[in-house]
Ligand binder design. Structure first.
Ligand SMILES: [Zn+2]
Length: 443
């Protein structure tokens, strides 16, 4: 059967067969290879042409000739509220940038605008081949804001971790009980492991108290969910943590019992040796956001050093206010370049290893979730392709991702988003931004 048959209504009878592409299998590339998806799982994958029985059974066949077939990607840190703040990053250090631009705009958002920002952020991630996004959710002036983003994730169909941000010290602190109550509410209302995971999202080590950190980490632990926190992004943050608690950020997390396998340490730019060692010992995850760190002039995180010590490192674009895109491929290339230049070592992060930063080491294999993307490598930026890993890591942009499948469902095909009216969404975003700037007195 062909894609045309599927569009005419015969899809759904069998699974989806992707054939003739280069498939990232468990032991390297099958080129060509095939993948067969059914009931949310990879049912078969291998080298060469698909077995005739699979071709026969398929309700839908997608050709991936000249393309690569990969597991869906992970963007391990972003802030969708900042989708409406692109282009506001220039010329200020981190803390000043937050106080003068990001926080006022965040405080002006309505739940409807948050919903729109969520949709747009999710669609941008979808275009780049991200099938699981970690949304560090900052706008917590009421349940409507978190609910708006959860609804957006349901509409777009991506898997999302929503780390509910909070601060109980400094400017506009929330009472600890209100934070815990809202987290409990979110777990009851939205937590659906594998699809929409609610996580604990303390904003940073210098705005969160020891007791609330411990209580929220324990609450998330009841659901096996992570604590996702900004750590040592800038030197200012390290200084403020030292002034408040007498300890460097990672030492402080360790001292209060909040550093373990569920802890996701975002940024980790300014670490001492002993902090790197602790992260490795405790099995914490580090989320490296190299483009954001460059745009804000924060520094270069020791990502390659952490990986060498066995730390699980993932990549995040960070919010569009400090990037300004959510193109995880751009972030990947920046991670490779920064690791090499910071260490004056061109052998660091060879492409096959670097690719694991956005796949988390997953491959296309039988039994895996049917989260699959098709990425074109036959274009002027990549051809001729000597090496598929290099073509992906060094030549690919988000716009080269053509098809995205989550849980067996095609959300984007040949670059066309199927789950919503994208042109209308873009138009709405432009109109909303005009209103927002007027309300803030910026024009
Ligand atoms: Zn962030």
């Amino acid at each position: 059967m062909s894609a045309t048959d599927a569009e005419m209504g015969t899809a759904g009878i069998g699974g989806t067969l992707i054939r003739d592409g280069a498939v990232l299998g468990p032991r390297g590339w099958w080129n060509p290879g095939y993948v067969y998806l059914e009931q949310g799982k990879v049912r078969a994958a291998g080298a060469g042409a698909p077995p005739p029985a699979l071709a026969e059974a398929a309700g839908r066949v997608l050709s991936a000739r000249g393309k690569t077939v990969l597991p869906g990607l992970i963007n391990a840190h972003t802030h969708f509220s900042q989708v409406l703040m692109r282009g506001l990053a220039g010329g200020r250090p981190l803390v000043q940038w937050l106080k003068e631009l990001i926080w006022p705009l965040q405080n002006a958002l309505t739940p409807e605008e948050m919903h729109l920002a969520g949709l747009l952020g999710l669609v941008e991630n979808l275009h780049c081949g991200v099938t699981h996004v970690v949304q560090h959710h900052k706008v917590v002036r009421g349940p409507a804001f978190t609910d708006a983003v959860c609804r957006a994730a349901q509409t777009v169909g991506l898997r999302m971790t929503l780390a509910r941000s909070w601060a109980d010290m400094g400017a506009n602190p929330e009472p600890a009980e209100a934070i815990l109550e809202d987290l409990r509410r979110l777990y009851r209302a939205w937590h659906r492991p594998g699809w929409l995971e609610i996580a604990n999202g303390p904003i940073s080590t210098w705005r969160c108290s020891e007791r609330t950190m411990q209580a929220t980490h324990a609450l998330a632990g009841e659901y096996g969910a992570p604590t996702h926190v900004h750590v040592a992004e800038s030197q200012d943050e390290v200084r403020m943590t030292l002034e408040l608690f007498g300890r460097r950020p990672v030492h402080w997390l360790e001292s209060i019992g909040v550093l373990d396998q569920r802890t996701q340490v975002v940024h980790a730019v300014w670490l001492e040796e002993s902090e790197k060692e602790l992260l490795a010992q405790r099995g914490a995850t580090v989320v490296h956001c190299p483009v954001s760190n460059m745009v804000l002039g924060s520094g270069i995180a020791p990502a390659a050093d952490l990986m060498r010590r066995g730390v699980r490192v993932l990549l995040g674009t960070d919010g569009p206010a400090s990037n300004d895109t959510q193109d995880i491929w751009e972030t990947l290339k920046a991670a490779v370049g920064l690791a090499r230049v910071a260490n004056l070592d061109p052998t660091l992060l060879p492409p096959a290893q670097a690719l694991r930063l956005i796949t988390d080491g997953r491959t296309v294999q039988e039994g895996a979730s049917a989260d699959i993307i098709i990425v074109n490598v036959r274009h002027a930026r990549a051809v001729p392709v000597h090496d598929l890993d290099s073509a992906l890591v060094l030549c690919t942009h988000g716009c080269d991702v053509e098809t995205v499948i989550v849980d067996g469902r095609i959300l984007m095909e040949d670059g066309r988003v199927l789950v919503l009216d994208e042109p209308a969404l873009l138009e709405e975003a432009e109109a909303v931004l005009r209103h927002l700037r007027r309300r803030l007195g910026w024009e």
